[in-house]
Design a protein around this ligand. Sequence first.
Ligand code: SAM
Length: 175
Amino acid sequence: MADIWVLRLGHRPERDKRISTHVALTARAFGAKGIIVSTKDEGLEESVKDVADRFGGEFTISTGVSWRPYLRDFKQRGRIAHLTMYGMPVDEVSKDVPLDKDLLIVVGAEKVPPEVYQAADFNICVGNQPHSEVAALAILLDRLTQGSWVGKEFKGGTIKVLPCERGKHVINPTE
Ligand code: SAM
């Protein structure tokens, strides 16, 4: 399986920091390789890198990336899926998304320009109601990985959470 990346479009640092952090952490937890954010936000980078450092894995974040050239370049090496409530149903489309080449999943913050709908190989909806980019991304990644994200190993890091029926069971895998 090739790598899955997420492009966060239209992030506004003053109002989207929390939800963009959740988009990034969801991307990481559900198996994406990294996130590209169209607006520079060093605070967002630090928050996400901090989690990745502590909990392990190789997730990357880049902010302040010009999205038009990025989309154009990505199309040379992979495919683009755009999450939008106006798209085609996730359960119809996700099984037809080939993962032989890298996939870029685009999620918006503010209004997404029409050219993104045109550039996308797949415009995918998770229901036709407006909700959250975090929910939409989680469901699409779950479908694309056929649930295998659950067993993903996050190597390195200083915190590993082990399931337990009550309370918290946390170990430091480096000790
Ligand atoms: N107001 C913006 C607009 O008109 O384009 C969208 C705001 S919405 C909270 C932010 C992002 O969530 C969208 O760009 C889309 O990626 C995602 N999203 C929200 N509802 C969705 C749905 N039903 N299916 C797929 N993606 C959805």
